[in-house]
Design a protein around this ligand. Structure first.
Ligand SMILES: Nc1nc2c(ncn2[C@@H]2O[C@H](COP(=O)(O)OP(=O)(O)OP(=O)(O)O)[C@@H](O)[C@H]2O)c(=O)[nH]1
Ligand SMILES: [Mg+2]
Length: 435
């Protein structure tokens, strides 16, 4: 891995060197292998600006209650830290306050657990007010059981990767103030949710169909969104969704109108990506940013077919959709990054029971196929109608020509004769002109 500081966007400096440690407990069942979990943890640390210099994995019967690791491992880490100049120990689990304090005092290193790391990345990425509040709420819930005695303890733990984001605030809170803050934040979130409902109904008023991209982090959702935005607007690249080869590049949902060549328009929504072992304190924050998915007319499950965990990631995607209560929404499985597979491998991922479309969001290969499948799904509520619009109603004629899928049109003596696909709303609106 290169120095994270050189990656475009987001992180401008490496804030520390870390030794990464993960334990697999024999008796604990997990869907994710220790190797995959550690690989993802390293990606996460990269996204937070931490350089990982050494990785330790261990299979054990049980976790040490007081120190998480056994004394032998702790000695080993001490030696490794000295050799590699590491000042951070990154742990692939959620630690208790006692474990953090004990490890900190024995090792004299900063101890960061998986949850704290993810919280920090979320805190740095969240741009919307609601996103920020959701992350603060998650952090307060994480910290509350970890306070012992005075506030200094808290700020030390909360610090985590502390000099940026929320950790920076050096919260000087006791449990009671934390409870109060939690209530305040919850109230603010409720208020913002109401606001969001208003915005949503405004979007609904446009009568456009909405399509949402959903899937694992780094699958290529934002790249696909930008590819769509460029289809008809090669120069309009200013308002693109952030793309980066790092986790959680996108956090807040991002909506844009997409217009295809044949005038078909829809709203496309980009969303936060999933991650394995999402900390439970963050589930609410995560789910709330995905809530808008429930109102979509079509979902695109974006999966990275070049990833070995492809099957697992698709399964998780489907589960999250179910948890959101959005399983009834029609979907297309977009098998992204097909440029990384050879033709034999491509054949292997075809699933005859599912609507799958292999594409490369990067090169645009397969996009036409995807567009026609999307059209097929979202145009099902549209009907082909014939209209004669008199010349006096020029603005209506313009609307039809510019905003609907036109099959044919010609100007005759009595006005514009046009055959086009209209949705129910427009059919009502143009009722007068129907032939
Ligand atoms: N080879 C290849 N790389 C791709 C393709 N699509 C996206 N990528 C790369 O994959 C990385 C992640 O892409 P993003 O579009 O940021 O992924 P995302 O799903 O939006 O990720 P999050 O916002 O973190 O959830 C970037 O480095 C992209 O350039 C593709 O079709 N082929
Ligand atoms: Mg993204």
């Amino acid at each position: 891995m290169g120095r994270p500081g050189k990656v475009k966007g987001f992180i401008d400096s490496v804030i520390g060197k870390a030794i990464v440690v993960g334990i697999e407990v024999f008796a604990r069942k997990s869907n994710v292998s220790l190797e995959d979990s550690l690989a993802e943890l390293k990606e996460l640390s990269h996204a937070a600006g931490i350089e990982t210099v050494y990785t330790i994995s261990q299979r054990k019967n049980r976790i040490e209650a007081g120190t998480y690791l056994g004394s032998g491992k702790i000695e080993e880490i001490k030696a490794l830290a000295a050799r590699y100049g590491a000042d951070i120990l990154l742990v692939d689990d959620e630690l208790s306050g006692i474990q953090i304090r004990n490890l900190e005092s024995i090792l004299d290193m900063e101890i960061i657990d998986r949850t704290s790391l993810i919280l920090d990345i979320f805190a740095n990425r969240a741009k919307s007010k609601e996103g920020k509040l959701q992350v603060e709420l998650a952090r307060l819930r994480y910290e509350k059981p970890r306070i012992v005695g005075g506030s200094t303890q808290l700020s030390k733990q909360a610090g985590g990767i502390g000099s940026r984001g929320l950790g920076e605030k050096k919260l000087e809170l006791d449990r009671r103030t934390i409870d109060k803050r939690i209530r305040d934040v919850e109230r603010s979130i409720e208020a913002l949710k109401k606001q969001r409902e208003v915005q949503k109904s405004k979007r609904k008023k446009s009568h456009l169909q909405t399509v949402a991209l959903i899937g694992y982090t780094n699958a290529g959702k934002s790249t696909l969104m930008n590819t769509f935005l460029r289809v008809n607007n090669p120069l309009k690249s200013k308002h693109e969704s952030p793309v980066a080869d790092m986790l959680f590049a996108t956090l807040d949902p991002f909506h844009r109108k997409v217009k295809l060549k044949d005038n078909l328009e829809f709203i496309l929504t980009d969303t936060v990506g999933f991650v394995n072992k999402l900390p439970h304190t963050l589930v609410d924050a995560f789910m709330s940013t995905l809530e808008e998915v429930k109102d979509a007319d079509l979902l695109l499950y974006v999966v990275d077919v070049s990833n070995e965990e492809y099957e697992h990631q698709l399964k998780v995607t489907k589960n999250v959709v179910k948890e959101l209560g959005a399983q009834e929404i029609p979907y297309i499985i977009v098998q992204n990054k097909k440029d990384r597979l050879n033709s034999k491998e491509l054949l292997e991922i075809t699933d005859p029971l599912e609507m799958t479309v292999p594409i490369s969001a990067l090169t645009g290969d397969g996009l036409d196929h995807l567009i026609s499948e999307i059209e097929g799904k979202i145009m099902k509520d549209y009907k082909v109608v014939d209209l004669i619009i008199p010349f006096e109603s020029g603005s209506m004629a313009n609307y039809i020509l510019e905003n609907t899928k036109v099959v044919e049109h010609k100007y005759l003596d009595d006005g514009l004769h046009v055959r086009a696909y209209l949705n129910g709303h427009d059919i009502n609106r143009y009722n007068l002109f129907l032939v």
